[in-house]
Design a protein around this ligand. Sequence first.
Ligand code: DP6
Length: 353
Amino acid sequence: AKYEATVTAPVNIAVIKYWGKRDSALILPTNSSLSVTLSQDHLSTRTTIRASPDFGKDRLWLNGVEEDIAASKRLINSITTARNLRAALEQKLLSEGAPAETVVPLSKWSLHVCSENNFPTAAGLASSASGYAALVKALGVLFDLPQSTSDLSRVARVGSGSACRSMFGGFVAWQAGVSDDGHDSFAVQVADRQHWPELQALILVASDKKKAISSTAGMQTTVETSELFAERVRSVVPKRMEAMQRAIAERDFGTFAEITMRDSNQFHAVCLDTYPPISYMNDISRSIVSLVHAFNAARGRVAAAYTYDAGPNAVIYALKDDMRDLVELVTYCFPRDDSTLLEAFYPNSFAIF
Ligand code: DP6
């Protein structure tokens, strides 16, 4: 028999940002966050894992290039956590009287992991979220784990915080939790994709350069140095989590969009309040902000929202009809140089400037 599993996992884009850890080994966040999972057509990771008693050691290939697993604590942590769940399952089956030959000792075998992104890594788009989500999904299938998706999201979380949200489609909340062991820090689905099919996302790639300061390093410095950050965690995010969930439940785009923009702006303000300051947005990012506000002013309502992660690329949310007009406006205002235009899909698309 062949012990192998192949899965895909999508990218998610937060509308209430995760930024800051209270425990960096277990990856426990200082605040809850909420995201929208994008369609897998344009941005996703596909991972195949094979187990064999003959492999000798775990190995990993990312986009065809072998990586050193031993060099990544996060990889080791997530694989070990899944393996421990498998070991517990094997033990349970045996103690319940299952014949030994029917319980394959997968927890003791080595793994070959092969992971590919269907988007250009050069574009600087987040890949750790879909990457770790795909890894953990594949381990769940391979090991036949009985755990729920929320349970498995805890395993993805120890790989990369935002990865726990990519375990679900649709609208997803990562509950920060309060416990030291992280058992209450996991992702839950707030609503599925079908709940709000008119909502679309557009990715505008403002630079394909690798970001200067990683999220992991940046958020650590923020926790240590920013006073604004403490205020955000204490009084702003809890209110926004509630208001955002209400907006999604009611399909209230105006409220959804305003909170999304305000939260992105506050996240980048907190980065600037970090010492030494961190700045992820560039001139193109800032002109897209102005363009979206001008578009909304012209419509006389909040018809589109922007959000930026730890880099200059914009993600725009809008309802279908508005998105069509906005794409036209963006392509008019930012005439693209053919050499840098990789792809322009619509909907759920990305364009490179
Ligand atoms: C700005 O999940 O990449 O995208 O947990 O250290 O792996 P680690 O960080 P990561 O941080 C993502 C930060 C963000 C906001 C978000 O996705 O919520």
